[in-house]
Design a protein around this ligand. Sequence first.
Ligand code: DQA
Length: 142
Amino acid sequence: MKLLLINGPNLNMLGIREKSIYGSMMYKDIMRGLKQYASANGVKLTVYQSNSEGKIVDKIQKAYKRFDGIIINPAAYTHTSIAILDALKAVDIPTIEVHLSDVNNREEFRKTSYVSLYAKKTIMGKGKDGYYLAIDEFIKQS
Ligand code: DQA
């Protein structure tokens, strides 16, 4: 099974940014652990991070017919991006949305998620474990 993990803006700053909310583990270490876990479970995990909305849209479009699933943490674009929602709808690849923090228990503006309108599941508030749970979910359904 081939999964694409997409991380949006400022997630490359994990381990540095707002540690009390997002934890102190560095981005590259989290991603390394996920790749190892995926490969130990027969999953080829491709990881992509961008701070640019258009580049995320491009990456989703290029995933068409190439991946069995998408795991996406759109970060701040969660709350604003109809373009990312439309790209996911266009390629029609099963998608799980992940947020490290519990976005429903923070500022009002974080309660809106456009990606949720397409994602088959949203995992939030579990820190980096949310990414592992998303991989597990795809494995369970394969
Ligand atoms: C986030 C939550 C978003 O509201 C925020 O803009 C992020 C990270 C999370 O993983 O909890 O950058 O997606």
